[in-house]
Write a protein that binds this ligand. Structure first.
Ligand SMILES: CC(C)(COP(=O)(O)OP(=O)(O)OC[C@H]1O[C@@H](n2cnc3c(N)ncnc32)[C@H](O)[C@@H]1OP(=O)(O)O)[C@@H](O)C(=O)NCCC(=O)NCCS
Length: 169
């Protein structure tokens, strides 16, 4: 059984975080990360006001940095190193970040998006109670092209209902 927790970023996360965002299979699924990776960009993202404020968290699995998840300006974004895929870790982390967004930050709505060639991330959002609200197109820096996307959202009342129906309240 994996021992999971979310925690704030630390300076000594650089190596693992940079290795994570140096994998094309990871960054092609998000919007704003460059490929090839750039250590200056990695450092910058570790030092944004949002990261420093704890809105971006490390997903720690058995004491190792497995990935990161951010809930910034009402939107959710996450990525996991490939060795940690397929173990339910992102589903757990999204659940934790939603709890933080609704219970601690008192947000009314959380939004997220997936590229249409990312069924694993779509499953993670749907399992956490998100609803599909539309289709869009966005620029993916790593691919350097526009990619078709699906937009999702979840309101506080939907999250509360989802907690009750899945017994996680
Ligand atoms: C997407 C990502 C976060 C998923 O993390 P994960 O910890 O493997 O996800 P989980 O194990 O919690 O859940 C994945 C779900 O997708 C399903 N899935 C995986 N591959 C799939 C595929 N090709 N087609 C359909 N479903 C798929 C799994 O079966 C699982 O659902 P289940 O529990 O109902 O069986 C991870 O692969 C990742 O970091 N990818 C690169 C970055 C990224 O995509 N970030 C999100 C951008 S929106």
């Amino acid at each position: 059984m994996d021992n999971l927790r979310l925690r704030n970023l630390r300076d000594d996360d650089f190596e693992a975080f940079h290795a994570l965002n140096s994998d094309y299979d990871v960054v092609k699924m998000v919007a704003s990360w460059p490929y090839p990776s750039d250590p200056v960009f990695t450092r910058m993202r570790m030092n944004t006001p949002e990261a420093q404020a704890g809105l971006v968290s490390v997903i720690e699995c058995n004491g190792q940095l497995a990935g990161t998840i951010g809930g910034v300006r009402g939107g959710l974004g996450y990525m996991l190193a490939k060795t940690f895929w397929g173990r339910g870790i992102a589903t757990w982390a999204v659940g934790q970040k939603l709890k933080e967004a609704f219970s601690v930050h008192k947000w009314e709505i959380v939004k997220a998006g997936t590229w249409n060639d990312n069924p694993a991330s779509a499953a993670v959002l749907l399992k956490n109670g998100f609803t599909v609200v539309g289709q869009s197109v966005g620029y993916c820096k790593a691919r350097d092209c526009e990619v078709e996307a699906t937009d999702y959202e979840i309101f506080r009342h939907e999250w509360l209902k989802h907690q009750t129906s899945t017994g996680t309240a």
